[in-house]
Design a binder for this molecule. Structure first.
Ligand code: CAO
Length: 413
């Protein structure tokens, strides 16, 4: 079956996590992704957090599926020639180096447009124009500077980062959308364009509801927060613990048998109050004048969830899910990563995939979370460093065997 992005060729200068997640997605949709890596070294993540000596790390293999690898020194003269030829033959150039790295190699946006006016040049940086524009940024820096850390955690504790990689993989998603949108516009205009995504912007975009709350604060306390009614609100959105970011109150409650992940998240929407009170044995509160309406309950959410917890502690998180869902009480078991990778339905949908690798053997990865009915994703192993160097020189830029040998001799590849 054909793939959505068949015929799109991507010159992939990305490394570590944010950029590679973007180009991996595009590769799953069928783009030919050519990963350019420094000879002998490659993407730094190949050797980071290694679990098996001399074998590409899971960090690398899980972010670079379905790509080809060319080992190319883009700082030498011959390497620059080859890179220029690749720019001519590709539709997209994606990168997430420190600010200015490609400019320093001589590949400015002006130069790239000169070489190929149809080129879409897509970058992830830590920050957009402003005081921090030149800074290098990793995931947790983005979470801290994008509003996530100051609003995550409990009121009496320090800011917390979340394990979901919203700065890296989140910004990779933004970049992928920017690229396909620019490809779509190019269909009409014939021109490429510059796509830039700042990690700070991406995290702040995901903290939209906290910007909402910042403005609500001017008009009084945030009544769904655990600080209400007894705690103090300052002039910035405080950390809200496990309270819901939306309009319906929610909290994490303990379940049986009491292990580290034996918890469930329970949400009380107005229509769920009656069945929830009935099931936990507090039918007396269904029409009680102090508890009846959502407004009555807001100052006593801690008591509401304490009552619910008395009941959930007698059930497993899966039983809680089974009992409450049919009653119009949205809830979810706290699933460990172990639970998730063992879940058969996620294997069936290709969200969790087992992949074979020539030097590592088989391992698990997360497949494409976006499912297209006409362009199903097949997860193919990541390339070894420079595995496709000769093939790319030959097929993509038409080098002869002699030219390939010369490029090797000169240390360009
Ligand atoms: N041939 C020759 N040189 C190459 C090359 C190749 N194929 N590929 C990369 N290089 C060079 C780059 O040109 C750069 O050299 P200069 O410093 O001389 O310009 C150098 O290798 C590495 O670039 P870097 O500064 O980006 O790498 P770093 O490890 O110091 O920083 C990171 C890493 C992620 C902090 C930085 O790249 C960054 O801030 N990126 C933007 C934000 C981002 O994406 N962060 C998320 C990363 S995932 O957590």
């Amino acid at each position: 079956m054909g793939k959505a992005l068949d015929g799109v060729r991507i010159l992939d200068m990305t490394h570590v996590q944010s950029g590679p997640t973007c180009t991996q997605l595009l590769a799953w949709f069928g783009a030919d992704v050519i990963k350019v890596e420094r000879p002998g070294v490659g993407d730094i993540s190949r050797s980071q957090l290694r679990d098996i000596p001399d074998v590409d790390s899971l960090y690398f293999t899980m972010l670079n599926h379905n790509k080809r690898s060319i080992a190319l020194n883009t700082k030498g003269e011959r390497g620059k020639e080859i890179f220029t030829a690749l720019i001519r033959k590709c539709d997209v150039l994606a990168e997430n180096f420190a600010p200015g790295a490609l400019d320093r190699m001589g590949f400015t946006w002006d130069r790239i447009q000169e070489i190929n006016p149809r080129m879409i040049y897509a970058s992830v940086k830590g920050f957009g124009p402003g005081p921090y524009v030149d800074c290098k940024v990793y995931e947790n820096v983005a979470q801290c500077t994008g509003g996530a850390a100051s609003t995550t955690g409990f009121d009496d504790g320090p800011p917390l980062v979340t394990s979901a990689q919203i700065g890296d993989s989140g910004t990779g998603l933004n970049l992928a959308l920017g690229i396909v949108t620019a490809l779509f516009q190019r269909e009409r205009t014939g021109r490429g364009q510059r796509v830039t995504c700042a990690m700070q912007d991406g995290v702040l975009n995901l903290c939209r509801v906290k910007v909402r709350d910042q403005q609500r604060l001017k008009h009084g306390p945030l009544k769904e927060f655990p600080q209400y009614p007894n705690g103090k609100f300052g002039d910035a959105v405080p950390r809200a613990g496990n309270s819901s970011g939306g309009g319906q109150p929610g909290w994490v409650v303990k379940c049986a048998p009491g292990g580290p992940d034996d918890y469930a998240y329970v949400i009380i929407q107005p229509q769920g109050w009656e069945p929830l009170m009935k099931v936990i044995g507090r039918e007396d509160l269904v029409d009680h004048p102090d508890w009846r309406t959502p407004a009555d309950r807001l100052p006593k959410l801690d008591q509401c969830f304490a009552m619910v917890e008395e009941w959930t502690k007698t059930k497993t998180k899966f039983e809680v899910m089974e009992i409450l869902n049919p009653l119009n009480v949205p809830c979810g078991p706290i699933l460990s990563i172990k639970d998730l990778v063992e879940e058969p339905s996620l294997r069936q949908t290709g969200t969790v995939v087992e992949v074979d690798h020539p030097t590592r053997g088989s391992y698990l990865t997360v497949g494409n979370p976006i499912k297209l009915s006409d362009s199903p994703s097949e997860v193919k192993r990541s390339p070894l460093l420079g595995e496709h160097t000769d093939e790319i020189l030959k097929e993509v830029i038409g080098y002869s065997d002699e030219e390939i040998a010369a490029a090797h001799e000169q240390g360009a590849v």
